[in-house]
Design a protein. Structure first.
Length: 320
Protein backbone atom coordinates (compact mmCIF):
# COMPACT_ATOMS: atom_id res chain seq x y z
CA UNK A 1 0.00 0.00 0.00
CA UNK A 2 1.37 3.42 -0.92
CA UNK A 3 2.21 6.18 1.56
CA UNK A 4 -0.78 8.41 0.85
CA UNK A 5 -3.64 6.13 1.99
CA UNK A 6 -1.62 4.97 5.01
CA UNK A 7 -1.14 8.61 6.02
CA UNK A 8 -4.90 9.17 5.72
CA UNK A 9 -5.64 6.16 7.97
CA UNK A 10 -3.11 7.39 10.54
CA UNK A 11 -4.56 10.88 10.49
CA UNK A 12 -8.10 9.59 11.02
CA UNK A 13 -7.09 7.43 14.00
CA UNK A 14 -5.16 10.32 15.59
CA UNK A 15 -8.18 12.60 15.07
CA UNK A 16 -10.46 10.18 16.94
CA UNK A 17 -7.94 9.53 19.73
CA UNK A 18 -7.24 13.21 20.45
CA UNK A 19 -10.91 14.19 20.09
CA UNK A 20 -11.84 11.65 22.77
CA UNK A 21 -8.95 12.64 25.06
CA UNK A 22 -10.39 16.16 24.87
CA UNK A 23 -13.90 14.85 25.60
CA UNK A 24 -12.65 13.07 28.74
CA UNK A 25 -11.11 16.36 29.90
CA UNK A 26 -14.32 18.30 29.18
CA UNK A 27 -16.36 15.65 30.98
CA UNK A 28 -14.21 15.99 34.10
CA UNK A 29 -14.81 19.75 33.90
CA UNK A 30 -18.61 19.08 33.69
CA UNK A 31 -18.79 20.76 30.28
CA UNK A 32 -20.00 17.45 28.80
CA UNK A 33 -22.61 15.60 30.87
CA UNK A 34 -24.61 12.38 30.78
CA UNK A 35 -22.89 9.18 29.75
CA UNK A 36 -19.57 9.06 27.94
CA UNK A 37 -18.18 5.83 26.47
CA UNK A 38 -14.76 6.20 24.90
CA UNK A 39 -13.43 4.23 21.92
CA UNK A 40 -9.73 4.69 22.77
CA UNK A 41 -7.78 1.63 21.57
CA UNK A 42 -10.44 0.55 19.07
CA UNK A 43 -9.89 3.24 16.41
CA UNK A 44 -8.52 0.82 13.78
CA UNK A 45 -11.94 -0.83 13.57
CA UNK A 46 -13.98 2.24 12.61
CA UNK A 47 -11.23 3.71 10.44
CA UNK A 48 -10.40 0.47 8.59
CA UNK A 49 -14.03 -0.43 7.88
CA UNK A 50 -15.21 3.03 6.88
CA UNK A 51 -12.22 3.53 4.57
CA UNK A 52 -13.76 0.89 2.29
CA UNK A 53 -17.39 2.07 2.33
CA UNK A 54 -18.89 4.39 -0.26
CA UNK A 55 -20.61 7.66 0.64
CA UNK A 56 -24.04 6.23 -0.25
CA UNK A 57 -23.60 3.16 1.97
CA UNK A 58 -25.24 3.38 5.40
CA UNK A 59 -23.67 3.10 8.86
CA UNK A 60 -25.32 2.07 12.13
CA UNK A 61 -23.44 2.43 15.39
CA UNK A 62 -23.61 1.84 19.15
CA UNK A 63 -23.41 4.10 22.20
CA UNK A 64 -19.58 4.00 21.72
CA UNK A 65 -20.11 5.98 18.55
CA UNK A 66 -17.70 8.93 18.34
CA UNK A 67 -15.11 7.05 16.29
CA UNK A 68 -17.68 5.76 13.79
CA UNK A 69 -19.23 9.22 13.38
CA UNK A 70 -15.91 11.02 12.86
CA UNK A 71 -14.52 8.37 10.50
CA UNK A 72 -17.77 8.56 8.53
CA UNK A 73 -17.25 12.29 7.97
CA UNK A 74 -19.78 13.76 10.40
CA UNK A 75 -18.20 17.20 11.03
CA UNK A 76 -16.25 17.30 14.29
CA UNK A 77 -17.81 20.62 15.34
CA UNK A 78 -21.33 19.14 15.01
CA UNK A 79 -20.27 16.09 17.04
CA UNK A 80 -18.68 18.25 19.76
CA UNK A 81 -21.75 20.51 19.92
CA UNK A 82 -23.91 17.40 20.32
CA UNK A 83 -21.73 16.26 23.22
CA UNK A 84 -22.40 19.66 24.81
CA UNK A 85 -26.18 19.31 24.31
CA UNK A 86 -26.31 22.31 22.00
CA UNK A 87 -28.83 22.92 19.24
CA UNK A 88 -26.03 23.11 16.64
CA UNK A 89 -25.17 19.48 17.39
CA UNK A 90 -25.76 16.78 14.78
CA UNK A 91 -28.89 15.65 16.71
CA UNK A 92 -29.87 19.18 17.81
CA UNK A 93 -28.40 18.49 21.23
CA UNK A 94 -31.19 16.05 22.03
CA UNK A 95 -29.11 12.91 21.80
CA UNK A 96 -25.73 13.62 23.36
CA UNK A 97 -22.73 11.31 23.17
CA UNK A 98 -24.71 8.08 22.67
CA UNK A 99 -27.06 9.32 19.94
CA UNK A 100 -24.99 10.98 17.24
CA UNK A 101 -27.02 11.01 14.01
CA UNK A 102 -26.49 12.51 10.57
CA UNK A 103 -28.85 11.55 7.75
CA UNK A 104 -26.78 13.50 5.22
CA UNK A 105 -23.85 11.15 5.82
CA UNK A 106 -26.22 8.16 6.05
CA UNK A 107 -25.09 7.76 9.65
CA UNK A 108 -28.14 6.18 11.27
CA UNK A 109 -27.14 6.66 14.77
CA UNK A 110 -25.58 5.70 17.94
CA UNK A 111 -27.98 3.70 20.08
CA UNK A 112 -28.12 3.29 23.86
CA UNK A 113 -29.71 -0.13 23.55
CA UNK A 114 -27.22 -3.01 23.29
CA UNK A 115 -27.97 -4.68 19.93
CA UNK A 116 -30.56 -2.00 19.14
CA UNK A 117 -28.84 -1.00 15.90
CA UNK A 118 -29.06 -4.49 14.40
CA UNK A 119 -32.74 -4.43 13.35
CA UNK A 120 -32.27 -0.86 12.10
CA UNK A 121 -29.40 -2.03 9.88
CA UNK A 122 -31.30 -5.06 8.57
CA UNK A 123 -34.27 -2.79 7.80
CA UNK A 124 -32.09 -0.31 5.91
CA UNK A 125 -30.57 -3.17 3.90
CA UNK A 126 -34.01 -4.65 3.18
CA UNK A 127 -35.13 -1.26 1.90
CA UNK A 128 -32.09 -1.02 -0.38
CA UNK A 129 -32.63 -4.56 -1.66
CA UNK A 130 -36.33 -3.92 -2.40
CA UNK A 131 -35.53 -0.70 -4.27
CA UNK A 132 -32.68 -2.27 -6.19
CA UNK A 133 -30.02 0.08 -4.80
CA UNK A 134 -26.43 -1.18 -4.90
CA UNK A 135 -25.70 -0.11 -1.32
CA UNK A 136 -24.33 -1.75 1.82
CA UNK A 137 -25.28 -1.10 5.44
CA UNK A 138 -22.41 -1.51 7.89
CA UNK A 139 -23.56 -2.26 11.43
CA UNK A 140 -21.18 -1.96 14.39
CA UNK A 141 -22.00 -3.71 17.68
CA UNK A 142 -20.14 -5.23 20.61
CA UNK A 143 -19.55 -8.80 21.75
CA UNK A 144 -22.27 -8.15 24.35
CA UNK A 145 -24.88 -7.76 21.59
CA UNK A 146 -24.27 -11.36 20.49
CA UNK A 147 -26.09 -12.49 23.66
CA UNK A 148 -29.26 -10.59 22.66
CA UNK A 149 -32.21 -12.35 21.03
CA UNK A 150 -32.52 -9.72 18.32
CA UNK A 151 -28.95 -10.45 17.21
CA UNK A 152 -29.99 -13.98 16.22
CA UNK A 153 -33.21 -12.82 14.59
CA UNK A 154 -31.28 -10.29 12.55
CA UNK A 155 -28.54 -12.72 11.51
CA UNK A 156 -31.14 -15.22 10.37
CA UNK A 157 -33.26 -12.78 8.35
CA UNK A 158 -30.26 -11.08 6.75
CA UNK A 159 -28.84 -14.46 5.65
CA UNK A 160 -32.21 -15.87 4.58
CA UNK A 161 -33.00 -12.85 2.41
CA UNK A 162 -29.36 -12.31 1.32
CA UNK A 163 -29.44 -8.70 2.49
CA UNK A 164 -26.46 -6.38 1.94
CA UNK A 165 -25.35 -6.02 5.56
CA UNK A 166 -21.78 -5.91 6.81
CA UNK A 167 -21.92 -7.04 10.43
CA UNK A 168 -18.94 -5.56 12.30
CA UNK A 169 -18.65 -7.19 15.71
CA UNK A 170 -16.24 -5.27 17.94
CA UNK A 171 -15.06 -8.04 20.23
CA UNK A 172 -13.23 -6.18 23.00
CA UNK A 173 -13.67 -9.15 25.39
CA UNK A 174 -15.99 -7.37 27.83
CA UNK A 175 -19.58 -6.23 28.09
CA UNK A 176 -19.33 -3.64 30.86
CA UNK A 177 -17.63 -5.64 33.65
CA UNK A 178 -18.53 -9.09 32.33
CA UNK A 179 -15.88 -11.04 30.45
CA UNK A 180 -17.10 -12.72 27.27
CA UNK A 181 -16.07 -16.12 28.59
CA UNK A 182 -18.26 -15.66 31.69
CA UNK A 183 -21.38 -14.81 29.69
CA UNK A 184 -21.28 -16.84 26.49
CA UNK A 185 -20.81 -20.58 26.08
CA UNK A 186 -19.15 -20.32 22.65
CA UNK A 187 -16.71 -17.41 22.49
CA UNK A 188 -15.75 -17.86 18.83
CA UNK A 189 -18.19 -15.29 17.48
CA UNK A 190 -17.23 -15.69 13.81
CA UNK A 191 -18.07 -19.38 14.15
CA UNK A 192 -21.47 -18.56 15.55
CA UNK A 193 -22.16 -16.17 12.66
CA UNK A 194 -21.11 -18.86 10.17
CA UNK A 195 -23.82 -21.12 11.60
CA UNK A 196 -26.38 -18.78 10.03
CA UNK A 197 -24.98 -19.49 6.60
CA UNK A 198 -23.03 -16.30 5.97
CA UNK A 199 -19.39 -15.64 5.16
CA UNK A 200 -17.61 -14.69 8.36
CA UNK A 201 -14.07 -14.42 9.58
CA UNK A 202 -11.94 -13.14 12.47
CA UNK A 203 -9.81 -10.03 11.96
CA UNK A 204 -6.98 -8.43 13.94
CA UNK A 205 -8.89 -5.30 14.96
CA UNK A 206 -5.72 -3.60 16.24
CA UNK A 207 -4.29 -3.53 12.70
CA UNK A 208 -6.03 -0.94 10.54
CA UNK A 209 -4.59 -2.40 7.33
CA UNK A 210 -5.95 -5.85 8.18
CA UNK A 211 -9.36 -4.35 8.94
CA UNK A 212 -9.33 -2.43 5.68
CA UNK A 213 -8.36 -5.54 3.69
CA UNK A 214 -11.04 -7.70 5.37
CA UNK A 215 -13.65 -5.03 4.64
CA UNK A 216 -12.56 -4.91 1.01
CA UNK A 217 -13.04 -8.66 0.75
CA UNK A 218 -16.41 -8.58 2.53
CA UNK A 219 -17.81 -5.73 0.44
CA UNK A 220 -16.90 -7.63 -2.73
CA UNK A 221 -18.91 -10.62 -1.49
CA UNK A 222 -21.89 -8.45 -0.50
CA UNK A 223 -21.92 -6.28 -3.65
CA UNK A 224 -21.61 -9.46 -5.71
CA UNK A 225 -24.97 -10.61 -4.30
CA UNK A 226 -23.46 -13.11 -1.86
CA UNK A 227 -25.56 -11.88 1.05
CA UNK A 228 -24.36 -10.52 4.39
CA UNK A 229 -20.85 -10.93 5.82
CA UNK A 230 -19.68 -10.93 9.41
CA UNK A 231 -16.33 -9.63 10.67
CA UNK A 232 -15.28 -10.51 14.21
CA UNK A 233 -12.87 -7.68 14.95
CA UNK A 234 -10.61 -8.55 17.86
CA UNK A 235 -9.95 -5.32 19.70
CA UNK A 236 -9.62 -3.84 23.19
CA UNK A 237 -10.71 -0.67 24.92
CA UNK A 238 -7.84 0.97 26.77
CA UNK A 239 -10.11 3.06 28.99
CA UNK A 240 -12.98 2.19 31.31
CA UNK A 241 -16.39 1.08 29.98
CA UNK A 242 -17.71 4.58 30.70
CA UNK A 243 -16.56 7.45 32.85
CA UNK A 244 -18.15 5.82 35.95
CA UNK A 245 -16.39 2.45 35.81
CA UNK A 246 -13.81 1.61 38.55
CA UNK A 247 -12.50 -1.32 36.38
CA UNK A 248 -12.37 -4.02 39.05
CA UNK A 249 -12.96 -6.82 36.55
CA UNK A 250 -9.64 -6.80 34.70
CA UNK A 251 -5.95 -6.73 35.59
CA UNK A 252 -3.88 -3.67 34.89
CA UNK A 253 -1.30 -6.01 33.35
CA UNK A 254 -3.87 -7.15 30.76
CA UNK A 255 -4.54 -3.53 29.78
CA UNK A 256 -0.80 -2.84 29.54
CA UNK A 257 -0.31 -5.92 27.36
CA UNK A 258 -2.97 -4.74 24.88
CA UNK A 259 -1.55 -1.22 24.88
CA UNK A 260 1.60 -2.67 23.35
CA UNK A 261 -0.60 -3.30 20.26
CA UNK A 262 -1.86 0.28 20.08
CA UNK A 263 -3.23 0.61 16.52
CA UNK A 264 -1.84 4.12 16.08
CA UNK A 265 1.70 3.21 17.19
CA UNK A 266 1.56 0.08 15.09
CA UNK A 267 0.77 1.89 11.85
CA UNK A 268 3.17 4.74 12.66
CA UNK A 269 6.00 2.26 13.27
CA UNK A 270 5.33 0.48 9.97
CA UNK A 271 5.35 3.81 8.16
CA UNK A 272 8.58 4.90 9.87
CA UNK A 273 10.24 1.60 8.95
CA UNK A 274 9.36 2.28 5.30
CA UNK A 275 10.64 5.85 5.52
CA UNK A 276 7.12 7.30 5.11
CA UNK A 277 6.88 9.11 8.44
CA UNK A 278 9.15 11.57 10.21
CA UNK A 279 8.97 13.23 13.65
CA UNK A 280 8.21 16.50 11.92
CA UNK A 281 5.28 14.94 10.05
CA UNK A 282 3.87 13.55 13.31
CA UNK A 283 4.17 16.96 14.96
CA UNK A 284 2.45 18.63 12.03
CA UNK A 285 -0.35 16.04 12.07
CA UNK A 286 -0.94 16.52 15.80
CA UNK A 287 -0.88 20.30 15.43
CA UNK A 288 -3.48 20.24 12.64
CA UNK A 289 -5.72 17.84 14.57
CA UNK A 290 -5.48 19.92 17.75
CA UNK A 291 -6.44 23.00 15.76
CA UNK A 292 -9.53 21.23 14.43
CA UNK A 293 -10.44 20.13 17.98
CA UNK A 294 -9.95 23.64 19.38
CA UNK A 295 -12.25 25.00 16.67
CA UNK A 296 -14.85 22.30 17.49
CA UNK A 297 -14.73 23.17 21.21
CA UNK A 298 -15.12 26.91 20.49
CA UNK A 299 -18.04 26.17 18.18
CA UNK A 300 -19.71 23.93 20.79
CA UNK A 301 -19.20 26.28 23.72
CA UNK A 302 -20.53 29.32 21.88
CA UNK A 303 -23.49 27.46 20.28
CA UNK A 304 -26.98 28.14 21.68
CA UNK A 305 -29.12 25.64 23.57
CA UNK A 306 -32.52 24.64 22.20
CA UNK A 307 -35.05 27.45 22.88
CA UNK A 308 -37.60 26.43 25.54
CA UNK A 309 -40.53 26.93 23.13
CA UNK A 310 -39.09 24.19 20.88
CA UNK A 311 -38.85 21.56 23.59
CA UNK A 312 -41.98 19.64 22.58
CA UNK A 313 -41.04 19.55 18.89
CA UNK A 314 -39.86 16.32 17.21
CA UNK A 315 -41.71 14.07 19.61
CA UNK A 316 -44.06 13.29 16.73
CA UNK A 317 -43.40 13.95 13.03
CA UNK A 318 -44.42 17.47 12.07
CA UNK A 319 -47.01 18.04 9.37
CA UNK A 320 -45.62 20.12 6.53
C1 LIG B 1 -30.67 -4.09 26.00
C2 LIG B 1 -29.65 -3.57 26.96
N1 LIG B 1 -29.25 -4.32 28.00
C3 LIG B 1 -28.33 -3.85 28.87
C4 LIG B 1 -27.81 -2.58 28.71
C5 LIG B 1 -26.75 -2.07 29.69
N2 LIG B 1 -25.45 -2.07 29.01
C6 LIG B 1 -24.94 -0.93 28.53
S1 LIG B 1 -23.47 -1.19 27.78
C7 LIG B 1 -23.51 -2.84 28.08
C8 LIG B 1 -22.38 -3.74 27.64
C9 LIG B 1 -22.36 -4.01 26.17
O1 LIG B 1 -21.12 -4.54 25.81
P1 LIG B 1 -20.67 -4.73 24.33
O2 LIG B 1 -21.85 -4.99 23.48
O3 LIG B 1 -19.60 -5.75 24.32
O4 LIG B 1 -20.09 -3.32 23.90
P2 LIG B 1 -18.80 -2.53 24.47
O5 LIG B 1 -19.29 -1.66 25.58
O6 LIG B 1 -17.82 -3.52 24.91
O7 LIG B 1 -18.33 -1.70 23.32
C10 LIG B 1 -24.65 -3.17 28.79
C11 LIG B 1 -24.98 -4.53 29.23
C12 LIG B 1 -28.26 -1.81 27.63
N3 LIG B 1 -27.79 -0.58 27.39
N4 LIG B 1 -29.17 -2.32 26.74
MG1 LIG C 1 -17.59 -5.53 24.42
Amino acid sequence: MSAEPRAALLREMVRIRRFEDKCAELYSAAKIRGFLHLYVGEEAVAVGVLARLRPDDAVVSTYRDHGHALARGVPMAAVMAEMHGKVSGCSRGRGGSMHLFDAEHRFYGGNAIVGGGLPVAVGLALSDAMRGHDRITACFFGDGAVAEGEFHECMNLAALWKLPVLFCCENNLYAMGTALSKAQAETDLALRAASYGMASWPVDGMDVLAVRAATERATQVIRGGGGPCFLELHTYRFRAHSMYDPERYRDKSEVERWKRHDPIDRLAEAMRADGELTDAAVEELERAVDEEIAHAVDFAESAPVEPVEDLTRFVYAERP
